[in-house]
Write a protein that binds this ligand. Sequence first.
Ligand code: ZN
Length: 156
Amino acid sequence: MQLLIPPEISQQLVDALRQAGQREIGGILMGAHIGPDAFRVKEITIQRKGGTFAAFIRMVEEILAPLLAFFDTTKHDYTRFNYLGEWHSHHSFALVPSGRDHMTMYDIVIDQQLGAGFVVLLLVKLGDHGQLEGSVTVYQPNKTSFAGSIIQESSV
Ligand SMILES: [Zn+2]
């Protein structure tokens, strides 16, 4: 599974990480299905409230409105444009999901309301030179999670 991150989204993430300092921040990923096993992030939400040093609490009310707006702009073409998953920062530890991250993601993927066949978790941090570093993990109901690959697209 490949997750493509366009330059404007990378920049949004870098800016948000800089502003957040040591607080964990996160949000949801909305994107397009662009090929077999390939997805491009189109929009993200950035939740700054509720972030603590080591735990990110998802606030459902903050993600609903942006998600519905995304569905409107993409004409409710859910097979191509949909919720992809979640992202959050791991400033001070490795870019691997914690036990709590795994639990949260399995809760989301088995949520029948979303009807998602899979969801991804994107973990991000700033590297030594201020560059975006990330990892992506793919979750499916009743299956072991696995690592996907991130492709940071460059501007033309
Ligand atoms: Zn985490």
